[in-house]
Design a binder for this molecule. Structure first.
Ligand SMILES: [Zn+2]
Length: 416
């Protein structure tokens, strides 16, 4: 009897290791979309779209051509107002976590036992190609949430090392000091630092882009810069990734958030508004490219959302203006191309449900993504979690612990 339990324990540990081991053999994918493009406008609330239209005198492709539109609730496991690490984790891994944690569980921030697998990682396990591109530095919280697992978004060395050792096909963004061209090359990455080098990449190659952080978010690369813009990166990435087995691509417009921070600085207010609006427009250009590819392809799901709102934009005296200098808890848009029944129009879903739905529509095995499924929580925990929390976040903490306990017990004492 004791031996049986020990064997069961060892087997379950092996199973947990196997699920997240980097060299795991290919997983089968159920029926679903061949290609998935997830686009994250960092800090992009509903009114950022209105602000961009007001400032740039434009209409937005994402609004005018989408199939269905709703909202995401952005709270993290620890805070009513999330940061980009916990927000990115919900969107990458289908689980809520604590602010600053990067794709790690609430109960295991140091990744001693296990971490949630990200959409980008599961895609690779399913034999798809997979990439992450951003206007942020490559070690930024959002790209990191798809390609690394660490207890703090500031662990740049840890994040970059994991990215350079990952099996992703492309990781492109702003240059970081912790990057080593030699290490990346030794793991099969072609290193590119200019738009020209990026454009010369051939399909099937794996590449690490280290571009100019200050250039990519503009609608046109600034004079003297040899970096690509986000829309150029998106177009090239799709061309490089497309193949018979399908692909996953995450595209982040990071500077919508960056220019929306510190709007209480009166001297720079007008510049910040102009820059945020331009960053939204360039993000929309990237969306147009992805959406038109999806339309041509006919088997591609494109989901656009944000990790949180930044700046508390409101309509005041007929003008959209910032009212906060940092992140807010406002619900953010979820805009979908290629799928009319992603949710009911106008629905408000939780941030982690966005990636859970994507995983399901990609045909990913439910035992692999998300690795912490709220549906597996026992009823007595659900009773607790249905209460309105006095401290928002504590409920999610309970949910995650409940889910871990459930998973452990299910592995230790499998039902006959
Ligand atoms: Zn921010």
């Amino acid at each position: 009897m004791k031996l049986k339990k020990l064997t069961a324990l060892l087997l379950s540990l092996l199973l947990i290791c196997a699920i997240c081991a980097p060299a795991a053999s290919a997983l089968d994918r159920g029926p679903g979309y061949k290609n998935i493009i997830l686009m994250i406008g960092d800090g992009m609330g509903e009114n950022h779209l209105a602000l961009a239209k007001q400032e740039r005198g434009i209409s937005l492709y994402m609004e005018d051509h989408c199939d269905v539109r709703g909202y995401s609730k952005t709270r993290s496991a620890s805070n009513r107002v999330t940061d980009s690490a916990a927000g990115g984790t919900a969107l990458s891994s289908g689980v809520r976590t604590v602010n600053r944690y990067v794709a790690t569980y609430v109960y295991d921030p140091l990744d001693w036992f296990s971490h949630p697998c990200t959409l980008a990682e599961v895609a690779k396990k399913c034999g798809m190609r997979s990439g992450v591109i951003t206007t942020d530095a490559t070690d930024g919280a959002t790209p990191a949430s798809f390609s690394a697992h660490t207890s703090d978004r500031g662990n740049s060395t840890d994040i970059t090392t994991q990215q350079m050792q990952s099996d992703l096909d492309l990781i492109w963004g702003g240059a970081v000091k912790t990057f080593s061209a030699d290490t990346a090359a030794s793991n099969g990455f072609t290193v590119v630092t200019t738009a020209r080098e990026m454009q010369s990449l051939k399909s099937g190659s794996r590449s690490f882009g280290q571009f100019d952080y200050n250039a990519m978010w503009h609608t046109e690369a600034p004079a003297g810069s040899d970096s690509p813009t986000l829309s150029q990166m998106t177009e090239k990435a799709i061309n490089l990734l497309k193949n018979d087995q399908g692909f996953f691509l995450m595209v982040e417009g990071a500077h919508i958030d960056k220019h929306s921070h510190g709007s209480n600085d009166a001297d720079n207010y007008d510049t910040k508004v102009a820059n945020a609006a331009e960053a939204v427009e360039e993000f929309d250009h990237a969306i147009e490219i992805a959406a038109k590819f999806a339309k041509r392809d006919g088997n591609t799901l494109v989901v656009i959302t944000a990790d949180h709102e930044t700046g508390g934009i409101v309509l005041r005296d007929g003008k959209y203006v910032y009212t906060k200098s940092g992140h807010t808890d406002a619900d953010v848009p979820v805009i979908v191309f290629g799928c009319k029944d992603f949710f009911a129009p106008g629905a408000h879903i939780e941030n982690r449900q966005v990636s859970q739905r994507i995983g399901a529509l990609a045909g990913f095995d439910k035992n692999v993504f998300p690795t912490s499924d709220p549906g597996k929580i026992p009823q007595y925990f659900l009773d607790i979690t249905s209460l309105t929390p006095a401290h928002p976040g504590s409920i999610d903490h309970l949910r995650d612990i409940a889910s871990l306990t459930q998973t452990l017990f299910a592995n230790l004492f499998p039902k006959k």
